[in-house]
Each structure stands twice: as structure tokens, then as C-alpha cells.
Design a binder for this molecule. Structure first.
Ligand code: COA
Length: 406
């Protein structure tokens, strides 16, 4: 059931206005919802975020069940979001082929992207590269292109030539292969699938909303995806996992014997960051008031990956857990009324690092997964057919001609 409750920010205190300013009064009376919390702008069959109970439903499936390591692939998530149900074997294969064909076509375009992939930032690079596609490209082609451009950008940064896609592989295995230049094991491909499925959609998040706003104007799918990539780039949305890894490195730099953090060192580092007025990346969420369920899914994926690699639990996972505990305690002391717990980005950083992806590629890899949701929302928004056009409250000056005579 869609929650139709409209909650709004407390109306802002309005300064006393002169008679010349009263022309804006009708707007002042409307409530201000600057972050749009609780404002319902669409009905969707795609996903629901239950922030109180910490649940994410993806088209009728609980995320912990869907992405819990049971072999659901990125292509399955695309089938679910684009078609409304998990695909059967034949449909799964046809989606796999269509997305692989998208990778092959995108790879053929690499020489015609100008300096798009020269950008220093991976999100700038994929945004510019996707912008070279034109008009209403089908979702499978867009998904294949985002993965190909992201991997080619990573190769360029490493000073290596791009790796051509292998159309016989599913996206997860081929993406790891193209980005790293080395084939992925089945366990690695499976856990990248876990990640991509987990992040494939998430309610009316900022990038999805952006895609829907652009679509609502009647614009094309590529314009909507390009705008969504721009929204996802921000550190408050998809740009957090790189900085999460920087944080873990900074704490590890103060490590004690055997790479384990010295007692209290995570706490001290967190306190120093907060004292400097900085946010702890990977912590807090606009909707969740408990731990983000996706953090648990990804934490288990890291454990599985480490078990199949035959090694002991990595120092990094242990460190991440310790930093999470320290951050949660410090944030709860500072904000006793506002639960700020680990979000998806926290363990994204550890998982993608364990999969051998460079940290600069973390945000683009988020886009590789989220593009499945964007494409589904673009289709849904088109069907809704309603221009999204909210209002603003004017607090600027009044034109001279409109001012009443003294
Ligand atoms: N570290 C430190 N303080 C934080 C914090 C964090 N990660 N997240 C929120 N806070 C603080 C805010 O500074 C604010 O404090 P104040 O009331 O003293 O000003 C208070 O908690 C409420 O935060 P608010 O900005 O209202 O929360 P939000 O719903 O707008 O923000 C996020 C949600 C995700 C943007 C925010 O938690 C954040 O910046 N997290 C870090 C970035 C991140 O991990 N992004 C990925 C999201 S999936």
C-alpha cells in the first residue's frame, strides 16, 4: 500500500514584509518542503523503502531474499524491473544477449566519444560518454553502454587499452573482466550480481527523481539517464563509497600490530572528523531510521567472497565493523533523537574493493546497477504522463512598478 501521507517541514519563520512586498503573500501561505521528505510524487510498482522497519521491497521481492546469494543476476533484476516478474530461462537469456549487444555496440563507439573518457572523474566520464548516445535507446542498450563506458574509463586511468566485451558472458562477469583486464571467478561474478541487484532500485531517491522529472517533460531516455548520473555523482547520494574506503584507510594507518586498529583508534578518528564538522561517509540515511537492509546484504556477500577465497576474514572487514560501531556510537551520542546507522555505501566500499575494483570506479559501478531502476522509472513516468512541476516561494525583491504608491 502506498503511503499517501504528506509530511512537510515546519513552515519557515516569515520576516515582516512591507506593503510593497505583499504580492508574494499567497506563496508564503503554502508549506515549505525543501527536501521533499514525505511528499509522494508518484505511484510505483518498482520498489518500496520502509525506513522504520528497515525493509526494501523490489517489485514484490524482499531485497535480502532476492540478493541473498541465491544466484539472481543483474539481468534477472532488469527482467523484474522492466517486465514486472523474474524472467524464466528463455527470457533471461534473451535479456543477457540484449545487454551484451549493448556492450558490444558501446565498445564500437569508444573511438567516437571525443575526450569524454579523458575526464578525471568517473561519473563525469560516463555522463559525457552516455550523452553521445542519442534519443530513445532501449534499456538493455543503455545498461550495456554504462558498464562498457565505466570499464573503459577505468582502463584508461590505469594507462591500459580498453578490453572488448565478451558477448557470451553475463554483465557482472564481463564488467569485472573489462574493468580489471582479468577474468572473474564465478564467486566474484556472483557477488557483483549481489551488489548490482541490491542497488538496482530504491524508491524515489534523488537520481531516480531526476530521471522522472526529465522524462515528465516529454524528453528522451538518454537525457533522463545523463541527468540521473549527474545526481548520483554527489557525495550525499552515490559518491560516498570511495570516501568510505579513504576513511577505513585513514583508521588503518593508525593500525596496531597485525593490521588491527589500536584500541580506541576508530573512536578517536571519528570524533576528530565530527569535531571538524565533517560527516561520516556511509552513515545516515534520509529514509532509514534503522540500519539500511542493503548494508547487511553486502556484508554477507563480503563474508561469502572471503570464504570462497579460502582466506581468513580479511582485516578490512573486521576494521569496517569496528569503524561502523564507533561511528554509530558517536553519532547516537550527538543525535540521540535521529538514528544515524550504516547505509548501503558503507559495505559497498568493502565489497567492491574485495572484488578488485579501484575506488574511483565505485560510483560509476553504482550507476551500472542503478541504471536498471532508472530505465524502469522512465517507462513508468511516461505512462503516468504528468509534468512534474512544483512551486517555489519567492523571497526576492519586488518590481518597482508593482509597489503601491506611498
Ligand atoms: N555524519 C555526521 N553527521 C550526520 C551524518 C553523518 N553521516 N548524517 C547526518 N548527520 C547529521 C547532520 O549533520 C544533521 O545534524 P544537525 O541537525 O546538527 O544539522 C543531522 O544529522 C540530520 O541530518 P540531515 O541532513 O537532516 O539528514 P538527511 O536526511 O538530510 O541526510 C544523508 C541523509 C544520507 C545525506 C546524510 O546522512 C549524510 O550526509 N550521510 C553521509 C553521506 C552518505 O553516506 N551518503 C550515502 C547515502 S545512501
Amino acid at each position: 500500500m502506498v503511503d499517501c501521507t504528506i509530511k512537510v517541514d515546519q513552515p519557515r519563520a516569515v520576516p515582516k514584509m512591507s506593503s510593497a512586498e505583499v504580492i508574494g503573500m499567497r506563496d508564503v501561505a503554502a508549506p515549505l518542503a525543501s527536501g521533499l521528505e514525505g511528499v509522494v510524487v508518484a505511484e510505483t510498482r518498482l520498489s518500496e523503502v520502509d525506513g522504520e522497519r528497515g525493509r526494501l521491497t523490489l517489485a514484490g521481492h524482499d531485497v535480502e531474499e532476492l540478493a541473498g546469494g541465491g544466484g539472481v543476476t543483474f539481468e534477472d533484476a532488469c527482467g523484474l524491473l522492466w517486465g514486472g516478474a523474474l524472467p524464466g530461462a528463455a527470457e533471461r537469456e534473451s535479456l543477457r544477449r540484449a545487454i551484451a549487444e549493448g556492450r558490444t555496440r558501446a565498445f564500437a563507439l569508444l573511438g567516437r566519444l571525443g575526450d569524454a573518457l579523458q575526464a578525471g572523474d568517473g561519473m563525469d566520464a560516463i555522463r559525457a560518454a552516455v550523452a553521445h548516445l542519442s534519443g530513445d535507446v532501449p534499456p538493455a542498450a543503455i545498461a550495456g553502454a554504462v558498464a562498457t563506458f565505466a570499464a573503459a574509463w577505468a582502463r584508461r586511468c590505469a594507462g591500459e587499452a580498453p578490453v572488448a566485451p565478451d558477448p557470451a558472458l553475463r554483465l557482472s562477469a564481463d564488467y569485472l573482466r573489462m574493468a580489471r583486464g582479468a577474468a572473474a571467478s564465478e564467486a566474484e561474478a556472483r557477488e557483483l550480481d549481489t551488489y548490482l541487484v541490491t542497488v538496482s532500485d530504491h524508491g524515489m531517491n534523488a537520481s531516480t527523481f531526476t530521471a522522472r522529472v526529465v522524462t515528465s517533460t516529454g524528453s528522451d531516455a538518454i537525457s533522463a539517464v545523463v541527468a540521473a548520473i549527474g545526481a548520483l555523482k554527489g557525495p550525499l547520494h552515490g559518491g560516498a563509497p570511495g570516501p568510505v574506503l579513504d576513511m577505513l584507510d585513514a583508521v588503518a594507518a593508525k593500525a596496531g600490530e597485525g593490521g588491527a586498529p589500536a584500541p580506541g583508534c576508530a573512536e578517536r578518528w571519528i570524533q576528530a572528523e565530527l569535531a571538524a564538522g565533517r560527516r561520516i561517509m556511509g552513515m545516515g540515511h534520509r529514509i532509514y531510521r534503522v540500519r539500511d537492509p542493503r548494508a547487511a546484504v553486502l556484508e554477507r556477500a563480503i563474508e561469502r567472497l572471503e570464504r570462497t577465497a579460502g582466506g581468513a576474514r580479511s582485516a578490512r572487514l573486521a576494521l569496517a565493523r569496528e569503524v561502523e560501531r564507533a561511528a554509530e556510537a558517536a553519532l547516537s551520542a550527538r543525535h540521540p533523537d535521529r538514528p544515524l546507522r550504516a547505509n548501503v555505501e558503507f559495505y559497498t566500499a568493502v565489497l567492491l574493493d574485495a572484488l578488485g575494483l579501484p575506488r574511483a570506479l565505485f560510483a560509476p559501478t553504482f550507476a551500472v546497477g542503478r541504471v536498471a531502476g532508472w530505465c524502469a522509472h522512465i517507462d513508468e513516468q511516461r505512462r503516468a504522463g504528468r509534468l512534474i512541476r512544483p512551486s517555489s516561494r519567492y523571497i526576492g525583491g519586488v518590481p518597482r512598478a508593482a509597489a503601491p504608491p506611498h
